[in-house]
Design a protein around this ligand. Structure first.
Ligand code: SF4
Length: 478
């Protein structure tokens, strides 16, 4: 979006107004693929009936089914994979804007220039073929050590993506001005057997330390007060650059940026939660006391088949360590139910674990059998009805755990980031505390503005929690 914006495109979220329709797709599980395909077909209707002249499909679905999309949906004019972001300009028929030598945020052209286009497809978008703009020897070391493997994959139509943005890549923020995500690394070298993300996103590669810090400074200078660090595994940050304690070092540097009020990272890998990391979270006031650690399961047998390792006992010890190091920390996790071979006993181990662990936030995913994943060839697939029943049971348990935990928040005074009027009713506003990551956790409804006439979205207020529901809480502004 940043590249398009700088090349002169005017962005709109209303497809009926657009001349060029771009769909950024996801394809890591069945429901995501379905949603992507449904959206492409919806945009095909816009193109046929409306003003749009071009239809471009971008993102992970292209990594997986790029050729099929071209063949079966002729209305699609170009496909752009995850590793060829610059090719979006050519696909859209726009010339790249010239590089501007300036230290001002987001207005410097990427050093690597436009991606190479496959011969004979000059007007059809680009490909990774022959172009590795950000290839680095450090990343290859992990593959030599056997850390990364791309399984045989029928769907792979592209070479592995190697793209990595940096602080000079133009960005167009779609989040409110006060909040921004920063991707600190791309790709993944973990071998989790249910997951095709490494196939879609490539080998793990960290952005340069200075690049992340520079981008964060630019964002804060433009009014961002909350930064959320993301990557497929943020706790591996810097390993491929030969950096020890990369994430704690990065957090230390970012926490020192004046004006940054909330800093958090998502997607920690359980065995990468080091004492140093926890000490860093504990020592900085502006690092949110919040940890998102997707555990995926608690039965050691299932985790072994998932190629992740660990189990309920180890995880409980980890959580104890986390809570001791960072008192009051909010914990989020997610699990997959119905992994091939998950027995009733395995599931009961998971239920007992959830009961004991008392997560503040928890997501449960139904296992999705993905071609190209290691688990695709495993026997003993769990019937869909059993999977859904297990999911319901786990969510019901979490509901009661969450309600009890939220009741303990009543009466507490917390800092609240006001986000705006509630979608449900204009009588309420919504906000978040440091214990709520953007978009994924429960809501904080604000029903009393105290002495204020109105609130300002993106501003921080002191508030008191007055009510608790199963996942959501209610607050009044102090
Ligand atoms: S760590 Fe996450 S992204 Fe990487 S393979 Fe495992 S589940 Fe997939």
């Amino acid at each position: 979006m940043g590249l398009l914006d700088r090349a002169g495109a005017r962005l709109t979220s209303h497809p009926e107004e657009a001349e060029i329709l771009i769909i950024n797709t996801c394809s890591f599980i069945d429901t995501a693929k379905q949603e992507s395909v449904d959206t492409i077909l919806e945009m095909v209707r816009h193109k046929t009936a409306g003003t749009a002249k071009k239809l471009i499909v971008a993102g992970c679905l292209v990594e997986r089914y790029g050729d099929e999309i071209r063949k079966s949906i002729p209305e699609v004019d170009a496909v752009v994979g995850t590793g060829e972001l610059e090719a979006i300009l050519e696909a859209a028929g726009l010339a790249p804007a010239p590089a501007i030598a300036s230290t001002s945020p987001f207005n410097i052209l990427t050093a690597s220039g436009p991606a190479e286009v496959r011969p004979g497809q000059e007007s059809q978008g680009g490909t990774h073929k022959g172009k590795t703009p950000d290839a680095r020897p450090e990343g290859d070391l992990r593959e030599q050590q056997g850390r990364f493997r791309r399984n045989d994959w029928q769907g792979a139509t592209h070479l592995l993506p190697t793209y990595l943005y940096d602080e000079t890549t133009p960005r167009f923020l779609t989040t409110p001005k006060s909040s921004a995500y920063i991707k600190i690394a791309e790709g993944c070298d973990h071998p989790c057997s249910f997951c095709v993300i490494p196939n879609l996103r490539g080998k793990f590669r960290s952005r340069r330390f200075e690049s992340v810090v520079a981008e964060a400074r630019q964002l804060v200078a433009r009014g961002t007060e909350e930064i959320t660090l993301i990557g497929q595994d943020t706790t591996c940050y810097g390993e491929d650059l030969g950096l020890r304690d990369g994430l704690p070092l990065l957090l230390d540097a970012l926490a020192g940026i004046e004006g940054l009020r909330w800093l958090r990272f998502l997607y920690a890998y359980p065995n990468r939660i080091s004492n140093r990391l926890l000490e860093t979270v504990a020592k900085h006031n502006n690092i949110c006391k919040y940890l998102d650690v997707p555990l995926q399961h608690a039965s050691p047998d299932v985790l072994k088949r998932m190629k992740r390792g660990g189990g309920a006992d180890i995880f409980l010890r980890t959580l104890e360590k986390v809570r001791a190091a960072v008192p009051g920390i909010a914990l989020r996790t997610s699990f997959i139910v119905g992994f091939p071979g998950e027995s009733l006993r395995d599931f009961e181990i998971l239920v007992e674990f959830v009961n004991e662990a008392r997560f503040d936030w928890l997501g449960v995913f139904s296992y999705s059998d993905e071609e190209g994943s290691g688990a695709f060839s495993l026997d003993a697939k769990v019937p869909r009805r059993t999977i859904e029943a297990r999911k319901r049971r786990l969510m019901k348990l979490q509901k009661s755990i969450s309600k009890r935990a939220k009741l303990q928040w009543v009466g507490r005074e917390l800092t609240l980031l006001a986000e705006g009027e509630s979608d449900e009713t204009p009588l309420l506003w919504e906000g978040r505390t440091q214990f709520h990551a953007p978009e994924i956790d429960g809501k904080v409804y604000i029903n009393d503005f105290g002495s204020l006439e109105s609130l300002e979205p993106g501003r921080f207020y002191k508030a008191e929690i007055t009510e608790a529901h199963e996942y959501d809480i209610v607050a009044r502004i102090l």
